[in-house]
Design a protein around this ligand. Structure first.
Ligand SMILES: [Zn+2]
Ligand SMILES: [Zn+2]
Length: 313
């Protein structure tokens, strides 16, 4: 990273000092910069080192991924003990170091840092590494679900995503809201699908809840209490569970998937909530009570109802 005199002055005002290498090696493009006594990053190894950091955290290297030319934004990469890579973005404002930099992380919980004006960026980095370890079990649980089941939503889960909707069968899925602080406890769950398929699953969950064992994985527990195996990614394709809406003939509609299913066991046609609500609203035979509308399935004419809230309990 080449540093101009103006940038060096600007950085000095933020407590970061540049030092020109007396004889930079051929691979290094310019000088190196460092926060005095805190960390330094050289173009040769892109590794932050600190005497204090090294003594307190062993040899865990921290990596600079990005620094903007104004030295206001720094992205660092860290690895948890399971080998997952995570990023932290530090934004140094005008009041730094009296005030801490803004920290942006992809965590399912708030990342609250402790900071005094004498603190360094390495202190934040170490707090970041400690937070990664505290969330390790949560990410282990989510990774197992993502690897072994068909996750219908979210489409591309981030590290902060605590929700997963998993396919159980054709037009039947379970929505989980996992507590990141207690990832092996029974998560908040609700089922989506036709009543004749969902009701037995709900009964099993209620009857077997006491069998939940925090010492085994979240996925293993779900299999035990639901007495079911989740469709394997090895055998089935995602399209096996993703049936289009019977009204608009699409799968995704403004991010929503067809989660309203006709309760008649011979029909089982799925619809988007918005499509079904609009369809039933347009029929004179439909009846509305508060935000629930009752009418007939457009496919089999059996009774069907839909409400305008997101969750079906
Ligand atoms: Zn639709
Ligand atoms: Zn139907």
């Amino acid at each position: 990273m080449r540093v101009t005199r103006a940038e060096a002055g600007f950085a000095a005002a933020r407590g970061i000092r540049f030092e020109e290498e007396p004889a930079p090696p051929a691979r290094a493009r310019g000088g190196r910069w460092r926060v005095p006594g805190r960390f330094c990053a050289s173009a040769r190894c892109s590794c932050l080192r600190t005497a204090r950091g090294a003594s307190t955290r062993g040899s865990s290297p921290c990596r600079v991924v990005y620094v903007d030319t104004g030295l206001n934004t720094i992205k660092l990469k860290g690895e948890d003990s399971c080998g997952r890579q995570h990023l932290i973005t530090l934004k140094l404002n005008a009041k730094y170091p009296a005030e801490p930099p803004d920290c942006c992380v992809d965590f399912p919980v708030e990342f609250a840092i402790s900071w005094i004006p004498q603190s360094s960026l390495v202190d934040i980095y170490n707090q970041f590494l400690a937070a990664l370890e505290s969330l390790k079990e949560f990410w282990n649980a989510m990774d197992e679900i993502d690897e072994k089941t068909w996750v219908l939503e979210p489409e591309n889960p981030t590290r902060s995503a605590t929700r997963r909707r998993i396919a159980i069968g054709n037009n039947v899925s379970i929505n989980l809201e996992v507590d990141p602080r207690h990832p092996t406890m029974l998560p908040e769950c609700y089922f989506l699908g036709a009543d004749h398929v969902v009701n037995p699953l709900r009964t099993k969950l209620n009857n077997n809840m006491h069998l939940w064992d925090p010492d085994i994985t979240l996925l293993q527990n779900l299999k035990e209490v639901l007495e079911t195996d989740f469709p394997s990614r090895a055998v089935l394709e995602k399209t096996d569970f993703t049936m289009d809406c019977g009204i608009c003939y699409a799968y995704r509609l403004d991010g929503a998937i067809p989660d309203q299913v006709c309760g008649d066991s011979r029909c089982g046609q799925p619809f988007h909530q918005a499509c079904l609500f609009e369809w039933l609203q347009g029929l004179p035979s439909s009846r509305q009570s508060f935000n629930v509308i009752f009418g007939e399935c457009p496919y089999c004419n059996k009774p069907i109802s839909v409400k305008m809230s997101m969750k079906k309990l």
